[in-house]
Design a protein around this ligand. Structure first.
Ligand SMILES: *Cc1c(COP(=O)(O)O)cnc(C)c1O
Length: 424
């Protein structure tokens, strides 16, 4: 499928039924798999043959969908996880251990900021956060001898900054480590970070990929391009024998294209078990089948709402990287020529009170802790996700009390704008 265009891959990549087999991907609702002999099963445990034995590690339904996402991103291999959080944790922990260090953009999803900055710190993994617009010098200065990965989000949730993927990839590669990019907001329909030098791509499939607010999930895709053996001292987990698999060296046995995902599945999924349920993988695949049709509509609605809000005197500021007035417009033009996503944030001049009043009056846009599904929704961080912070702390963090994040769905844009106009 790799030679087909994105839309064709959204519909058909990953699963090619044989003669007389189901046209739609089967939901393999089974915890376990049957073998004729213990020797047959033993080969799976030794990673001598690929196959299924227990759904905590791998399931065929998940693998069909992971293969579709890997193909969409232009990667060599992929896997699904139970959530986006699990995807980012696995992608990092697959190459980091106690004593490692990560360089991360500071403009990332709050859950990931907490994962890296607090929870992984308790595991002895340090982080240096750098501004998304850090200069090359500032970026290079963040690296240490024990740095093992660089992390960023193509379009950050909720700040809507755009990552200079090439700049971050160059810095990572100059220091012999991979760049991991969370590509949740644009999806591979609007950006394929591997084409710009990213080595590993992650997703919260909960967002646009599912697209209907139906199933929490995550995905990891490996580009198959990072040469672990060329930096063997930094990545002993991939380049030295794994005692839990009779001394297999992943980078030798599975090569550039298979080492990262095989290790991630056979070690981390085995030990942590953050597997996506096959039911959820099936729902995710339904979403993927229309992703290329939905994304342009999300972008169109987001742009219409952003343009409308820009002309309103009640609004102090609008963030939407596709708007020429946005500071990230030049990067958006480079990395997101067909648009980014449907999320718009804007600050109401009336502050917290105005934001609450505005959101109460909206009829189509519901108040939700969510983004990126078919129905338009909105959130005021000051009174929800960031409600422990004072107005002063909020503005210092770049999240003014009057900020509203609106995720534009797939409704008719005229109706969305009329709803917003009447609430304003
Ligand atoms: C939502 C989100 C996550 C976390 O994903 P979950 O599926 O909620 O665990 C990670 N990164 C980004 C950019 C997100 O928007």
């Amino acid at each position: 499928m790799d030679n087909f265009k994105t839309g064709t891959k959204c519909v058909q990549a990953g699963y090619r039924p044989g003669n007389g087999e189901p046209r739609q991907i089967p939901i393999v609702q089974s915890t376990t798999f049957k073998y004729d002999t213990s020797e047959d099963m033993g080969k799976l445990f030794d990673l001598e043959e690929s196959g299924y034995f227990y759904t905590r590690l791998q399931n065929p339904t998940n693998d069909y969908v992971a293969a579709k996402i890997a193909s969409l991103e232009g990667g060599s291999a992929g896997m699904l996880t139970s959530s986006g959080q699990a995807a980012n944790f696995f992608a990092l922990f697959n190459i980091c251990e106690n004593g490692s260090h990560i360089v991360s953009s500071s403009s990332i999803y709050g859950g990931t900021f907490n994962l890296i900055g607090v929870t992984m710190a308790k595991m002895g993994i340090d982080v240096t956060f750098v501004a998304p617009d850090a200069s090359e010098e500032e970026l290079n200065a963040a690296f240490r001898e024990n740095t093992r990965a660089v992390f960023g989000e193509t379009i950050a949730n909720p700040a809507l900054t755009v990552l200079d993927i090439e700049k971050f990839a160059n810095a990572a590669h100059a220091h012999g480590v991979p760049l991991i990019v969370d590509n949740t907001f644009p999806t591979p329909v609007n950006c394929r970070p591997i084409e710009w030098g990213a080595d590993i791509v992650t997703h919260s499939t909960t967002k646009y990929m599912d697209g209907h607010g139906a199933a929490v999930g995550g995905a990891i895709v490996d580009s198959g391009k990072f040469d672990w053996m060329a930096h063997r001292d930094k990545f002993p987990g991939l380049t030295t024998p794994d005692d839990s698999y009779h001394g297999i060296v992943y980078a030798e046995k599975f090569g550039l294209e298979g080492a990262f995902i095989t290790k991630c599945t056979s070690q981390l999924m085995r030990d942590f078990g953050c597997i996506q349920s096959p039911q959820n993988a099936f729902l995710l695949n339904l979403g993927l089948e229309s992703l290329h049709v939905r994304m342009p509509r999300h972008v169109e609605n987001g742009r219409a709402v952003a343009e409308f809000l820009s002309g309103r005197e009640e609004v102090a500021k609008v963030s939407f990287p596709d708007l020429p007035s946005d500071p990230y417009y030049p990067l958006a033009k480079k990395y997101l020529p067909h648009g980014g996503c449907g999320v718009v944030s804007f600050e109401l001049k009336g502050g917290r009170g105005a934001a609450l009043e505005f959101m109460r009056k909206l009829k189509l846009a519901a108040i939700e802790t969510h983004v990126a599904d078919a129905r338009t929704c909105c959130l005021n961080p000051a009174t929800s996700t960031h409600r422990q912070m004072t107005d002063e702390q909020l503005s210092a963090a770049g999240i003014p009390a009057g900020l509203v994040r609106m995720s534009c769905g797939l409704e008719d844009k005229e109706d969305l704008i009329a709803d917003i106009a009447s609430a304003l």
